[in-house]
Design a protein around this ligand. Structure first.
Ligand code: 6R9
Length: 631
């Protein structure tokens, strides 16, 4: 692709052009892809309904742009390098040609199992190359994939299957994660007890553990591809056809199916990948995210592969077999761009610099951060000890809903500032609004982060519930997309993300709705009511603090807390387990019955001297009791 920004003045020029004439700007970027038929109109939109359409009536297939487009000159180039959990197990490299063949074989296999364009397919699989193969095979035949993080519980999985009425699940027998072997297939079996739409389950053999295979429903991956052709004619897709659904937490309990479409997502993920990370031909790029999150979709699979990059996938965890594993992998594969989350950086920082010492890390050129605000201390540690003071940090701000990175330095081009996401990407028009919706212009302002013009990879709807999409993102501030984040624009016009302003907690970069966790806690038969807030946590960024009203009969406090944690583990998964549980006599409520989370947040952070006005409470006395119990 030839849309690479290389200088600061080049960035400024591109940015200005993108704002002055977005249609011309994006059509020029889109021209570097392979389309069977060009679009009639670059963008049509209004944020009231909302309706957003990019490259309408263009016909193409995203996998032809990943596979066929690169085969001619780069067929032998590694597309995916897979590093297994156990460092003694050999790594696997798939060239673009091999990836093409595997995707086509699996696409043919899915078709043979009855999957057609538009069908929804759940991918519940660990970090193995087959995860990417399955995603691309769906895209190849026009099926809509929905990847569910393989750490989620049976209950979360069945909710997602039911919401999108999926026809197929692609999974594995188990998963290696650090020193543990984790059941995967048995979770699927349990989930399928409460769903009725799934016709077939394809199971990859990874751990070789004993599992049940249900006759007529479950088929092994290796059996299903047996004899399948490596030739597959890609389904012709409209730019606005659905590519995938990815579920994410919002401020209500029910997970939202964020919908992304084929054309705009392709153009934006490739454009942002190439520019933010300054990928050069021959580089090895590594993003440590899981494919179950948007970061894995856009910046392990689609963005890099659309650019013909070599993308590394890692099955394991940063601390296995020791806390030097990330650095061992960087040296082993001569990684040039490394992209991880602040929570991983802080966890490794806690081990000191000892684990880094055996490694050179001299191949690294760019290091990135995503998922949550990176605190200054972690930023400096990352910069000094991992980047050795010579690699620019790209602190990339974006969301499941934005599909790609919206605010970030362009590596080596944008001067960085610790804990600042810096400046918007070309095509992105951020604005800061106060709580009354008034735009705060100029610098040195702080408020709600909104975007005032569409960009190609933005969400189109929430699956099966367009009104929810409107309500959540387009109703708080009329005419704008509301991100749910607070932001500051400093005296240099640089953006610093301050965190969520809604009821979403960011635990280790994983979004969790407070209502989602509360609903899970409330499932425990002894729980009467609960309220959940986030509080600062040294490693996770935010921890989960749960205030719970319980019927204590026949239980000790310790037993009850352990049971509540287990309930949440079962309903959502281990990432949602509360870090702290406080049994309380009541919850502070307004006269209209709303829980005053503001007060609970202050108590959780120990800021009890600045609780603010409690006079509007129905039950101010309960606040005292909670404070006493907290310490
Ligand atoms: C990509 C991803 C989105 C929320 C987002 C914000 C937080 C992400 C950030 C960041 C500060 C960054 N967030 N990147 N906060 N600096 N560089 O993480 O998507 O899982 O949907 O989370 O994460 O609060 O609104 P998602």
């Amino acid at each position: 692709m030839s849309n690479k920004i290389q200088t600061l003045s080049g960035y400024i020029y591109e940015y200005q052009r993108s704002v002055q004439d977005p249609e011309h700007f994006w059509s020029r970027v889109a021209d570097s892809f392979f389309w069977h038929k060009r679009w009639d109109k670059v963008v049509e939109w209004n944020f009231e309904e909302p309706r957003v359409e990019w490259f309408k009536n263009a016909k193409f297939n995203i996998t032809e742009n990943i596979l066929e487009r690169h085969l001619f000159i780069m067929g032998d180039k590694p597309a995916i390098i897979w590093e297994p959990n156990d460092p003694d197990e050999p790594h696997v490299t798939l060239t673009y040609q091999q990836l093409h063949d595997e995707v086509c074989r699996f696409a043919n296999a899915m078709k043979a199992q009855g999957i057609q364009k538009g069908d929804r397919v759940i991918i519940y699989i660990p970090m193995v190359p087959e995860a990417a193969i399955a995603m691309l095979a769906c895209a190849r035949i026009g099926a809509v994939h929905s990847v569910v993080f393989a750490g989620f519980s049976a209950n979360s999985l069945s909710d997602r299957i039911n919401d999108c009425q999926a026809k197929m699940v692609i999974t594995s027998d188990g998963n290696f994660r650090g020193s543990k072997k984790i059941d995967v297939k048995s979770v699927v079996d349990e989930a399928l007890e409460t769903t009725s739409s799934i016709e077939k389950v394809i199971v990859l053999k990874r751990t070789g553990q004993e599992i049940d295979m249900k006759d007529g429903r479950d088929i092994w991956w290796h059996d299903v591809i047996e004899g399948m052709s490596k030739v597959n004619k890609a389904e012709l897709m409209d730019a606005e056809d659905m590519l995938f659904i990815l579920y994410t937490s919002g401020s209500t309990g029910k997970p939202k199916g964020v919908v992304h479409t084929c054309g705009g997502y392709m153009v934006y993920t490739a454009y942002s990948f190439q520019n933010v990370f300054q990928y050069n031909h021959g580089d090895v790029y590594w993003c440590t995210a899981d494919v179950g999150w948007i970061t894995g979709h856009s910046y392990i699979v689609y963005g890099p592969l659309l650019c013909g990059a070599t993308t590394l996938m890692f099955e394991g965890v940063p601390t296995f077999p020791d806390p030097g594993r990330f650095w061992a992998i960087c040296d082993k594969h001569q990684v040039n761009q490394f992209y991880t989350a602040p929570t991983a950086i802080r966890a490794l920082q806690a081990y000191g610099t000892g684990p880094l010492e055996p490694y050179k890390l001299n191949s690294l050129r760019v290091i990135g951060s995503v998922g949550e605000p990176i605190n200054e201390e972690a930023w400096h540690w990352y910069h000094d000890h991992v980047g050795k003071g010579r690699c620019p940090i790209v602190d990339t701000w974006w969301q499941t809903e934005t599909g790609g990175i919206l605010i970030s330095p362009i590596a080596g081009v944008t001067p960085t500032k610790p804990s600042y996401a810096t400046l918007p990407m070309p095509g992105i028009q951020p604005v800061i609004l106060d709580n009354d919706g008034k735009e705060l212009t100029g610098n040195s302002v702080e408020g709600n982060l909104c975007i005032k013009y569409p960009w190609p990879s933005m969400l189109r709807t929430t699956y099966g519930d367009h009104e929810r999409c409107r309500q959540t993102y387009f109703s708080s501030f009329k005419g704008y997309y509301f991100t749910g984040d607070g932001v500051k624009r400093d005296e240099d016009g640089y953006y610093r993300i301050l965190g969520r302003v809604d009821d979403v907690i960011n635990v280790s970069g994983h979004r969790m709705g407070t209502a989602e966790v509360e609903n899970a806690i409330n499932e425990h038969p002894k729980v009467i009511e609960s309220a959940v807030v986030g509080y600062p946590h040294d490693i996770k960024g935010q921890g989960i603090y749960a205030y719970v009203i319980c019927d204590m009969e026949g239980r000790t406090e310790e037993n009850l807390k352990a049971e509540i944690r287990e309930t949440v583990n079962k309903i959502i998964g281990p990432i949602a387990k509360p870090d702290k549980i406080q049994i309380v006599p009541g919850l502070p409520k307004t006269r209209s019955g709303k829980i005053m989370r503001r007060i609970l947040r202050k108590i959780a952070t120990g800021e009890t001297s600045s609780l603010g006005d409690t006079s509007t409470l129905l039950n101010p006395e309960v606040v005292e009791a909670i404070i006493e119990g907290a310490f």
